[in-house]
Design a protein around this ligand. Structure first.
Ligand SMILES: [Zn+2]
Length: 497
């Protein structure tokens, strides 16, 4: 069995301040850089991504001969530039062409996100699948793992033989999902014929905050998903929560069912959609404003034995934020928070100034705010300088190497410190703190640029988690965004008109 394997991952926020260009895929913070065929397998094998699980199953269970293509990831941001999309898609298809030149392929595995919007191609994964399908022809099975933030489209479902999203948010099963997708690809190859498939879109946007699978309602929806998949004998019942910041008609949650029987696939997709509509009111979620959140954190931290975690959800670098807005930081300083550390502020210019000044120096910084024009003027003492390189240790990204560029731990008020970096990364791993000499569990308040992913590694050490709305594009309520291209009838928040 000979299987080609590649990936192209991006989550695009139509209204985020900065696009994803070629450079962002070359050196993303927190994930491996762009891989060519010669290095792909060895580089990704020890990581947490879907491809790593797919490689393991292909080698150990399928005894497959692997034909590596290209793989790349960029942190969520505005849409992918036309130039970057064309160059990367061309690399992927050229590698596939070389693989076909060397011999026939039995299948293709793709590691995709599912919520990529590129200039010119709002359904960017649909376009990637179209090009891959065009290169291999109509009969070679294609399996793709997806992020459940995928905005699934009918075109993606038609072009792939099976689509397999992660089941968890925080995404602690990326590797496991790649393994499952590769196992299903093997089953599809042995089967020799396509599965029946069904596709249903859900007509309300689910806010990021209530997509978390650790708690109801989503924990219960995922249990129902598993029950329906089993009861209807499906190969896969894919449920994608959607990424509610993409301004195109297929934005939002969707379901795709794959199995031997058309009636069963239709029935399972329909039943899961009906379940979601029954639970619709439970998906509305409230978020504190920064002033309330900080006041509550200070009150709790006064007597707590463990850190209070503030989640700066609207500037989440994993949702398209630049990781540099200063609203929450300003509030921590204004209210005189003690023992607080903010991870992180993404500001290469200020980080460079700290490195030039040296450890122990005090300097004036116009900190952050590059993305929204609202920097914060502070006097900073440089406590620690690093090269921003570390290996993640948490349940989501264990084994992934991060490279955030010149990094500094700075004190900006008697009780407030900031991890200042040169490349953005979502604050989902305690190693971000430890690599600058800060033990997260020993702090009073941890402020994190993250919406939900931080819960995998930080909830176990937290006294309490408070999600706050400070400035940033990853709005807790997508209904405030100036959408122009959504499909008619899509509700912008649960139970909206
Ligand atoms: Zn995701």
């Amino acid at each position: 069995m000979r299987i080609a394997l590649g990936g192209f991952l991006h989550e695009s926020h139509s209204f985020a301040p900065l696009p994803a260009g070629w450079r962002e895929f070359q050196k993303p913070g927190g994930f491996a850089p762009l891989q060519r065929p010669a290095t792909l397998v060895e580089t990704l094998r020890p990581t947490s991504v879907g491809t790593a699980g797919a490689i393991a199953v292909a080698e150990e269970e399928l005894s497959a001969d692997l034909a590596p293509l290209t793989w790349c990831f960029a942190n969520p941001s505005g849409p992918v530039t036309a130039e970057a999309f064309e160059r990367i898609a061309a690399l992927l298809v050229a590698a596939l062409s070389d693989a076909l030149e060397a011999g026939p392929l039995d299948g293709v595995y793709l590691d995709l996100h599912g919520a990529m919007v590129a200039e010119g191609f709002p359904d960017a994964e649909g376009e990637v699948l179209r090009r891959v399908r065009a290169a291999v022809g109509p009969h070679v099975p294609i399996a793709a793992s997806l992020d459940p933030h995928a905005n699934l489209t009918a075109r993606m479902v038609a072009l792939a033989d099976v689509l397999v999203p992660y089941r968890t948010y925080p995404h602690v099963d990326m590797r496991e999902t790649g393994a499952r997708a590769m196992r299903l690809l093997g089953a599809r190859i042995r089967r020799g014929a396509p599965w029946a498939r069904a596709f249903r879109q859900v007509d309300f946007l689910i806010p990021l905050g209530t997509q978390c699978t650790l708690v109801p309602p989503m924990a219960e929806v995922m249990a129902e998903r598993a029950r329906l998949a089993e009861a209807h004998g499906l190969a896969e019942l894919a449920f994608c929560f959607g990424f509610p910041y993409a301004d195109f008609p297929d934005c939002g949650a969707a379901i795709a069912a794959f199995g031997p029987d058309q009636a069963a696939a239709d029935a399972a997709a329909e039943a899961l959609a009906a379940h979601l509509y029954r639970r619709e009111p439970d998906f509305a979620g409230a978020v504190a404003d920064a002033a309330e959140g900080v006041a509550e954190a200070i009150r709790l931290a006064a007597t707590a034995a463990r850190p209070v975690v503030l989640a700066d959800t609207q500037d989440n670098p994993g949702g398209g934020g630049h990781g540099d807005t200063t609203g929450l930081l300003a509030e921590l300083i204004r209210q005189g928070a003690q023992g607080a550390v903010l991870g992180l502020i993404n500001d290469a210019e200020s980080a460079a100034a700290c490195h030039a000044a040296g450890e122990g120096a005090t300097l004036a910084l116009r900190l952050g705010g590059r993305s929204d024009g609202a920097p914060l003027d502070v006097t900073a003492t440089v406590e620690r300088l690093t090269d921003g390189r570390f290996t993640c240790t948490g349940p989501m990204a264990r084994g992934n190497s991060a490279d955030l560029g010149p990094t500094a731990l700075i004190r900006v008020a008697p009780g407030v410190r900031v991890i200042l970096v040169s490349r953005k990364m979502q604050a989902y791993d305690q190693a971000l703190f430890r690599h600058v000499g800060v033990e997260p569990a020993a702090q009073k308040i941890l402020a994190l640029k993250s919406s939900v992913h931080f819960r995998a590694d930080f909830q176990p050490i937290a006294e309490r988690v408070i999600v706050v709305a400070a400035p940033g594009p990853v709005v807790a309520d997508p209904a405030v965004l100036p959408f122009r291209n959504l499909r008619p009838g899509l509700r912008l928040r649960p139970q909206a008109n």
